[in-house]
Write a protein that binds this ligand. Structure first.
Ligand code: ADP
Ligand code: MG
Length: 434
């Protein structure tokens, strides 16, 4: 028979090992987010199963284990559905194994579960320190409430006879979750850094290629365009020939457009100090895209009506809006009651512009791909629009956040830096990305 200290050390190992194993070796190898969460749930389940089979035995048939930790993590890193499945698994296993104090733990888990589900989404955005504090407090509260609930339910002082033991056990719970969470978050952060490094490397290569190719191709293209325009004026053309020339011109323009985007991407943009009124930019772009929206049978609604001055050149802001709104219209095309809504908000030092559509949506994995050169899901797409958009955002100190639900719609939120109340004239023409 193992001593209680040995049992405790085993318990801590059974919490740490599956979690570290999963995040170090499994997590990054899986493509889909749903798989990641599902497999994480299985690891939590395994951990709980082993913990339940090897508890710390106390006197009078009572026992303790650290199962609340993997259970808690299954909600925070697996999501509500995975958390609930792990809960059902835990309850069933616990009943099959038997032992005293069962129902008090079910009550504690049930109540905590509500909080965890409610906090799942905000949790993802929290800073590390906040996450650590939250999990330590939650685990502390759950483990300290167990004997109290048991005392109330079973109407006996049996469970609080040794308060120092319960306090000790809560502290162990809190310390273990602190360590586990710190390790998990560090590994996730490394994974994110690695991904962004890969991304940056790709961008650098793109930049170098872009500049050289674009210049070379642009010149012949300009002469082709000029000759086509000349040809078009000829009176000897029949209708068919005229149509062919029109199509050729369109295609040449498209190619030219792609090159313009390339050049823009490869240019190292210096930080800008101009100030623009977002309202006039939104109105400009909304009216420019109105007929496009009509054509695609999408309603374009603008709920944003007040002057707001932000950092950034007007032509840049228009270009960003043009790309984002156009994508929103294209994503909503052919859908019932298709609508793109532009609205605004403020948050501390930022002015936020939201472009919400009820189009086909994007999965979380796809959101990570946004802004990569050539990432497109459209037959006629170039996959450069958002790349340009993100690049501009970076140059003007704006941030773009994307939230989306597949088959429901997408919201692009641009966080602009608010500026002093003055407007600069900026009459550069804007390019349209198709
Ligand atoms: P393009 O429009 O040429 O495909 P973008 O860079 O503008 O290139 O967009 C890249 C991809 O991002 C699109 O092909 C589309 O799959 C996805 N996307 C962008 N905005 C939305 C949106 N509002 N809803 C759904 N998917 C979107
Ligand atoms: Mg686009």
């Amino acid at each position: 028979m193992l001593s209680q200290i040995e049992q405790l050390l085993l318990q801590i190992t059974f919490v740490l090992f599956p979690m570290i194993f999963y995040f170090a070796l499994i997590h990054k190898r899986m493509e889909s987010d749903a798989y990641q969460r599902g497999v994480f749930g299985i690891f939590c389940g395994i951990s709980i199963f082993i913990l339940l089979l090897n508890p710390i035995f106390l006197d009078q048939g009572k026992q303790m284990d650290l199962r609340s930790i993997p259970w808690f993590l299954s909600f925070m890193y697996g999501g509500p559905l995975v958390g609930l499945s792990v809960t059902v698994f835990t309850v069933v296993t616990r009943i099959l194994i038997g032992g005293s104090g069962m129902f008090s733990s079910f009550i504690a888990l049930g109540v905590t579960m509500g909080f965890l589900i409610y906090l799942y989404n905000p949790y993802k955005e929290w800073r590390l320190s906040k996450k650590l504090v939250f999990s330590v407090v939650t685990l502390g509260a759950v483990s300290i409430s167990l004997p109290i609930i048991a005392t109330v339910i079973y109407q006996t002082s049996e469970y609080i006879k040794q308060p120092q033991l319960h306090i000790f056990f809560s502290v162990i719970n809190m310390l273990t979750v602190l360590v586990v969470l710190f390790i998990i978050e560090t590994m996730l952060e490394n994974e994110r850094l690695y991904k962004s490094l890969l991304r940056t490397e790709k961008m650098v290569v793109m930049n170098q290629m872009a500049a050289s190719i674009a210049h070379e191709v642009r010149n012949p293209l300009t002469s082709v365009k000029g000759f086509l325009q000349l040809l078009r004026t000829s009176e000897r053309l029949n209708d068919n020939e005229r149509k062919y020339i029109a199509v050729s011109l369109e295609e040449v323009n498209r190619a030219d457009q792609i090159i313009q985007d390339y050049l823009r991407i490869s240019k190292d943009e210096k930080p800008v100090h101009s100030v623009s009124n977002v309202l006039s930019d939104v109105q400009y772009v909304a009216s420019a895209l109105n007929s496009y929206a009509l054509l695609k049978k999408v309603e374009l609604e603008n709920h944003f009506t007040n002057d707001h001055f932000v950092l950034g050149k007007s032509s840049d802001i228009r270009q960003m809006l043009m790309n984002i709104i156009k994508n929103a219209i294209e994503a909503s095309e052919n859908r019932e009651q298709a609508k793109v809504i532009i609205s605004s908000g403020t948050k501390s030092k930022s002015f936020i512009l939201n472009i919400q559509d009820n189009g086909k949506g994007i999965s979380e994995k796809q959101i990570e791909q946004l802004g990569f050169p050539f990432y497109t899901t459209k037959d006629q797409g170039t996959g450069l629009g958002l790349m340009v958009t993100f690049k501009i955002a970076k140059a003007i100190g704006a941030e773009i956040k994307v939230s989306s639900e597949v088959e429901k719609g997408t919201c692009f939120s641009i966080y602009f830096e608010i500026a002093e109340h003055k407007e600069t004239k900026d009459d550069e023409t804007i390019q349209e990305v198709v």
